[in-house]
Design a protein around this ligand. Structure first.
Ligand code: PRX
Length: 706
């Protein structure tokens, strides 16, 4: 295994000091290289900058086009890039119909329900074709939906979710799936933002052995959407057990309808796929940022689908005979790109699992892998840490063999990487650490698995056709190997990049492009580096190490939570005057949230208020966002201009040095809060642990983005 080489670099005060250990390379096995989709180094030349943007033709040619495009990249309305202009295609046709001739009877989706006694469902391409067509007919005839309309989905990990997405895509209807674990209010908020008149949900689903009532969230979503001025007219409810209602929440007459009952009317109906322009939106995916309002990332049909097909082929190394299992939730971008659209565009077999990877015991994931003969496995560091915690030796008990594994969503600690490699992968699998974001459609940073060695903790260089650069605050390039961190940016556009923030084009430009653009009238893509919002370092070999967000987003278990969203949820509580969310290091979830609140005059701190804070966040955002601790404090540390110093309270929560507090308007409060919080933490047994240099940096940086 890798030996660690200490590398330390001193930096000036203006720079971010970084001290990190550089890991040694690990090379994939000859067996893996021998079968890889990308094993000829000539591919780097094909995708080199001098061949940009035409290099992406190679990805687009993986698809079937109704009409071929005439312009690969149109930059005339920079930075609203248009890819494959003039081209027409349908995403549902590409993911389903075109595979029928050769692979009609091959499993497209293998769905594993959480209860082990329930049968696994293998849905062939033929069966998927029938289900997608019948549901598309229902959407068209019963709901009156047509190309360009938006529909909100709030569905769990069931095969009806990809069926719904593909049925929408068949009609050119823009789907907007909200993660099933988000609250009804969060769903309603997003439905209103997208102007959806139809909500598609499910009555219930399994989570840790419990059949959860999900329909209840639809009622709240409709109410919240209506409060925001958007009427949801129809709620389509899939049944977890067709023919039987699994939710005690009543159906609302004239609004709610059981899909499974209605589908009888559409049995055998075929809906021709609507030929869509390449730049027509395929879906929206909401994500968090610096303000409380979530951003609806709008993804295109032709560019997006080309990009996820290409990266699935070369980086996921999916072959027709592979069984590919990505354990993400389809409610996140990873699931859209690398459970549904990428693998299905390639005609692969994609596995979906309904529930919790450690239910009913630590061996569950490995039993699924063994039984289905999964050979490509894809998950996040949080899940890897959890699997290691509950069953460090469990993978050895099962006879499965992965050729390839992916990690995504958060930085992975080298020790966790090594367990993934040695124990989960049994030392046989090539690993790709893929860095990217909801906005990006597909991977941005990763090693090409057969051609570039792995380096634990680093995602690798930019992927094919992607040219990342690290810039300092002034826009100067931070050289590779300098040991300095900065803002990672992508110099060029790529087909998977989102088109805009739905309904907020000015925010799209402001957040992602304005920072480093010097001429807003420029039509030259070189003038528009994409600002990713992550801090990173580039080693001398070109590999990037991602340090985390620079924009007040907390990455909890791979979920992006905006501090402003969390704070505004607290401010809905009558007694709360001020709120601040900070990250705290967590052994399994990477980061957890701690909430600090100060009360309006006349209110006293109480357990009840702490409870209210937790409940309010759960109701307005979802359980994933529930804070690990709530601290009701006498006052917040503030600058003289009244800004809450989040880095100071973040330091207190993490037992690190609070740094310079001389510029505070109320420096005395710092000691008061420290005593209150740290004494309580110690009494709860939450002893401080030493933080790594990069974790320390994150705390120091926290809250500086405003
Ligand atoms: O901070 C980076 C982190 O996750 C953020 C994007 O989150 P989201 O839009 O939810 O998409 C997650 C899945 C694509 C990034 O800004 N991140 C993502 N992948 C990695 C990562 N951090 C380190 N290493 C990664 N491989």
């Amino acid at each position: 295994m890798a030996t660690q080489v200490e590398r330390e670099t001193e930096t000036s005060e203006a720079q971010i000091a970084v001290h990190w250990r550089e890991e040694e390379y690990i090379h994939p096995s000859p067996k893996f290289i021998g079968q890889a989709n990308a094993s000829d180094p000539a591919i780097f030349e094909r995708f080199s900058e001098k061949n940009f943007p035409e290099c992406f033709k190679e990805y687009a040619d993986l698809l079937s086009w109704d009409q071929y495009w005439h312009t690969t990249l149109d930059t005339s309305n920079a930075p609203f890039w248009k890819w494959f202009v003039g081209g027409k295609l349908n995403a549902s046709y590409n993911c389903v119909d075109r595979h029928l001739a050769k692979d009609r009877n091959k499993a497209a989706i293998i769905w594993v329900p959480e209860p082990e006694a329930e049968d696994t469902q293998a849905i062939t391409y033929q069966e998927l074709y029938r289900r997608v067509n019948e549901f598309a007919a229902l959407l068209q005839d019963f709901c009156g939906l047509k190309a360009g309309d938006r529909v909100t989905l709030h569905m769990p990990m069931v095969p009806e979710l990809p069926v719904t997405m593909l049925a929408c895509a068949r009609l050119g209807v823009i789907h907007s799936e909200v993660f099933g674990g988000f609250s009804g209010a969060a769903c309603g908020d997003r439905a209103a933002d997208s102007g959806s008149e139809v909500l598609i949900t499910m009555d219930a689903y399994y989570r840790s052995g419990e059949l959860i009532d999900h329909k209840i969230k639809a009622d709240e979503a409709v109410t919240v959407s209506s409060e925001k001025g958007n009427e949801i007219k129809k709620v389509l409810v899939w049944q977890r057990y067709p023919g039987k209602s699994s939710s005690p929440t009543p159906m609302v007459p004239d609004r709610d309808v059981f899909v499974n009952e209605l589908l009888n009317t559409y049995r055998g109906k075929i809906v021709p796929p609507v030929s869509m322009p390449a730049e027509a939106p395929l879906f929206l995916m909401y994500t968090s940022g610096t303000t409380a309002r979530p951003k609806g990332c709008q993804h295109s049909t032709g560019g997006y689908l080309s990009y996820v097909a290409g990266t699935s082929k070369y980086y996921q190394d999916i072959h027709p005979e592979d069984t590919y299992w990505c354990m993400a939730d389809i409610g996140w971008i990873t699931g859209h790109s690398y459970i549904v659209y990428g693998p299905l565009a390639l005609g692969a077999t994609t596995v979906m699992y309904e529930g919790v990877p450690t239910y009913p015991d630590a061996g569950r994931a490995w039993r699924i892998a063994e039984r289905l003969n999964v050979n490509i496995f894809h998950t996040a560091p949080t899940t890897i840490r959890m699997l290691r915690k509950v069953g460090p030796d469990e993978p050895k008990k099962y006879n499965y063999h992965f050729k390839h594994m992916t990690t995504v969503g958060e930085p992975i600690e080298p020790g966790v990487w090594e367990w993934y490699y040695n124990v989960v992968g049994k030392g046989e699998a090539a690993i790709v650490d893929t860095w990217w974001q909801t906005e990006n459609g597909g991977f941005l940073g990763s090693t090409l698995p057969a051609l570039q060695p792995m380096k634990p903790g680093s995602c690798g260089p930019g992927v094919l056709g992607i040219n990342p650069v690290i810039l300092d605050e002034e826009g100067n390039v931070v050289e590779a190997g300098s040991g300095r961190a900065g803002n990672i940016c992508i110099r060029n556009p790529w087909p998977g990049i989102f088109q805009t923030v739905y309904g907020q084009p000015e925010r799209f430009v402001e957040i992602y492009y304005a920072k480093y653009n010097k001429n807003k009238d420029s039509k030259d893509w070189h003038d528009w580096p994409y600002f990713a919002g992550d801090g990173a370092l580039q080693a001398a070999d070109g590999y990037f190490r991602i340090l985390g967000r620079v924009d007040d987003v907390i990455n909890v278990a791979g979920h992006r939570l905006g501090t402003k969203e969390l704070e505004s949820a607290c401010l809905t509580i009558e007694e709360v005057a001020e709120a601040a969310a900070v990250p705290v290091m967590d052994e399994v979830r990477g980061r957890a949230v701690e909430m600090y609140v100060a009360l309006k005059p006349g209110n006293k701190p109480s357990k009840e208020i702490e409870e209210k804070v937790g409940e309010s966040i759960e109701r307005l955002i979802g359980k994933v966002a529930r804070p690990k601790a709530v601290w009701v404090v006498a006052d917040m540390p503030k600058t003289r201009s009244g800004k809450i110093m989040r880095r100071v309270i973040a330091s207190i929560s993490n037992f690190t040095d609070v740094g310079d507090i001389t510029t505070l308007a109320n420096p005395d409060i710092v000691d008061t809060i420290r005593h209150q919080v740290q004494a309580e933490k110690v009494s709860r047994g939450q002893q401080p642990r030493e933080l790594s240099p990069t974790e320390l940096e994150e705390i120091k940086r926290f809250g500086q983005a405003e």
